[in-house]
Design a protein around this ligand. Sequence first.
Ligand code: UD1
Ligand code: MG
Length: 459
Amino acid sequence: MALNIVIMAAGKGTRMKSATPKVLHKLAGRSLLAHVLKSGEPLAAATRIVITGHGAEQVEAAVQAEGISFVRQMPQLGTGHAIQQVVPALVGEGTTLILNGDVPLIETPTAKALIEACAGHALVLLTVDLFDPTGYGRIIRNKDDGGVLAIVEHKDATPEQRLIHEGYSGMMAAPTTALKCWVGQLNNNNAQGEYYLTDIVAMAVAEGLPVLGIKAGSETEVLGVNDPVQLAQLERAFQAQQAEDLMRAGVRLADPARFDLRGTLTHGQDVDIDVNCVFEGDVTLGDNVRIGANCVIRNARIASGVRIHEFTHIDGEKQGASVGEGALIGPFARLRPGAQLGAEVHIGNFVEIKNSTLADGAKANHLAYLGDATVGARVNFGAGSITANYDGANKHRTTIGDDVHVGSNCVLVAPVTLGNGATIGGGSTITKDVNPGDLAVARGKQVALTGWTRPTKKR
Ligand code: UD1
Ligand code: MG
């Protein structure tokens, strides 16, 4: 039986008070709509249709991928009107699953349960018991057998109906053929003058079709985002869940309330993470990794035994960054895309590394820049020294052999090569290659003027 997945995402999201369409606002680094699509991903569907309207071009560009199609709803006259637009795109006689683009944390097993209960012939609603159901459509049940009779929208509900705490989550699974027929019969004679999708419930009941209400496992799963307050609340709920999952898997978080993961974190055993760290994209931490407070780490692989001190920023962007076993990084270090550090490398405060390879045991402990460089084993790169890798038009490489000692305040003007074991005197500006084992000094000679008298101020 063919499955259609339809995600309604045409609404304006007025209460966000933002130029960005609501469904593109981010939760844990990914758009609300992307979360919904991800939950639907494991389901074998014949179609995945996103209904767009407000900011359609932006929304479509943001989530376009193979297997996803878009149907535009212009203007937006309600959820029933939205589904009317997709009728021609629905395939088969099986089930159509309807999800909301602004309810990001719906879980795959819940969606699966709706589809299975529908089985192409029952109308299945995802409902939720809410402490405060204001704004939600209410589930009206038969007093005798508890069967679902209808959904009444909050604005259309009587005072008695508003006392009902069971609300409609906005998600359902419906028999495709019947759904097409029902949405054709909707009208907008209601408090909001909209075509309500929820009116199909009474139609199904009138036809004698089974209508089931399945209750969501948690409230978080069905919470929608309507304003920045709800977005932040859902973000915290999601982060708390991720933190708990990691702690149950053995990761030690100093404070789960001060931890943010916007992507995936793969980890070994005995990982310690201090407060206020943010992980983005794909991050891998090996065994016994310890991360100090206030670090931001994005798209990076950190090997076993690495110690990352406080306030370190690592961003591998698309290229990635990697840190070898037992390395010491920070505090206040910055690793950029293409930083590849070997085992036992030490990177200290205010050192920036970009697109550079450092072999085992190399050290740059203070105030340095290594860009487009290949650095050998056990090199000591002095305080305040830099590679001048950019001539204003092009980037050039610096190659530093094993056991090279670069003194403080040196400028290595690329392209340049320092042979194994070379020594560079402090304050040198190196523009020519240095042979292995040589000492290169390229700075003004010190002169002493004995008895020098300082100038005095003229009257
Ligand atoms: C809807 C339900 C309500 C339910 C609530 C749960 C209806 C009539 N009501 O109300 O029973 O309790 O969700 O959150 O369905 N959308 C479109 N096109 C439109 C209008 C909306 O695509 O013309 C999309 C929105 O972008 C959103 C979703 O449909 O993703 C829900 O729309 P919204 O206006 O938020 O419906 P509610 O009034 O919250
Ligand atoms: Mg809503």
